[in-house]
Design a protein around this ligand. Structure first.
Ligand SMILES: Nc1ncnc2c1ncn2[C@@H]1O[C@H](COP(=O)(O)OP(=O)(O)O)[C@@H](O)[C@H]1O
Ligand SMILES: [Mg+2]
Length: 308
């Protein structure tokens, strides 16, 4: 449905997007997960035609996208990071105005505005001015604006940043519903957990490059299928490295002085490892055991944590 080939964007010497390629099918929710500055907004802006790429192509339903390709733009709904609402107007008026920009009118527009108000849960407040809304309500309306013309491709740039947990859940539900109705969704976030909950497939983006791509399960397999054991203490990386030598079922995801993240395979493997570490002269003062997560995938790929 959408296909991005070797997309690049440079600002002078600075490479914001460095040759990224991916595809998403009809009705799929595809995620771009990466920290601030990874190139998410730049990528979304190029796809939506707000920015021109330095090189590379974007095709939507086989048609090539460019800032002047207005027929391609019409199949897209764009939800920017910042809300773009008329505060003096009501939710219904904002939606009607936006639908009008996409050549909708009359009973079709009226019906669709009602559906979207229902979908985003604002039907009860639909005739109040937007300036009286909470932050979460404004975010939901912002999402509604991107949906009013029933886009085949929905582009969302971190739509849940700064919203309360309840509004966040309802935003994710609206996105899932749009995808169920056949809309392809391209979703950017720096929240691991959100990417994990929402996206069927995702790409991990850092410094303008895709480091890995796949389903959440495929990505997690990169750090092994067992448990992830994080050990902290006053040991050196070298000491831990030696201590692990007799443990072929243990693989170091990251190993630094005072902290090791280990992937441990097999039943009872973690218990055997911990017994052994404690039996040696390693000073261990904290242990955390978890199933594999995207966070660990990110650490393995970049050597650092993805924090807010
Ligand atoms: N207009 C611009 N001029 C120069 N550099 C930019 C511009 N826009 C973005 N960048 C840089 O490009 C990189 C990617 O930015 P962006 O796409 O906004 O990342 P993200 O949305 O993942 O946080 C960053 O290093 C950012 O500073
Ligand atoms: Mg951004």
């Amino acid at each position: 449905m959408i296909r991005v080939d070797d997309l690049k964007k440079t600002y002078g010497q600075h490479v914001a997007v460095d040759g990224i390629s991916f595809q998403a099918a009809k009705g799929e929710i595809f995620g771009l997960l990466g920290p601030n500055g990874a190139g998410k907004t730049t990528t979304i802006s190029i796809i939506s035609g707000l920015l021109e790429a330095t090189s590379g192509t974007v095709t939507v339903d086989g048609r090539t996208m460019s800032p002047t390709a207005s027929s391609v733009k019409k199949v897209m709904g764009v939800v920017p990071q910042e809300t773009a609402l008329y505060e003096e107007l009501t939710a219904r008026e904002n939606l009607r105005f936006w639908g009008g920009l996409y050549d909708m009118s009359g009973s079709r527009l009226k019906k669709r505005v009602g559906e979207v108000l229902e979908l985003i849960g604002l039907i009860d407040r639909s005739d109040d001015a937007v300036k009286t809304y909470s932050g979460g309500m404004k975010r939901r309306l912002n999402l509604g604006l991107g949906l009013v013309h029933e886009p085949r491709l929905l582009l969302l740039d971190e739509p849940t940043v700064g919203v309360d947990p309840q509004a966040r859940l309802s935003i994710l539900d609206v996105i899932r519903e749009a995808a169920r109705n056949g809309t392809t969704v391209l979703y950017t976030t720096h929240y691991m957990q959100e990417a994990e909950e929402l996206c069927q497939r995702l790409a991990i983006l850092d410094h303008g490059k895709i480091l890995a791509e796949g389903t959440v399960d495929e990505l997690k397999k990169m750090v092994g299928e067992g448990e992830i054991v994080t050990v902290r203490g006053s040991f050196t990386a070298q000491q831990m490295h030696q201590a692990l030598e007799g443990h072929p079922h243990v693989h170091a995801v990251s190993l630094e002085d005072h902290q090791a993240m280990l992937s441990v395979a097999g039943d009872g493997g973690t218990a055997r490892l911990l017994q052994d570490l404690l039996g040696q002269d390693l000073e261990v003062n904290g242990v955390n055991v978890q199933p594999p997560s995207l966070e660990q995938v990110f650490i393995k790929l970049t050597g650092r944590e993805l924090r807010d």
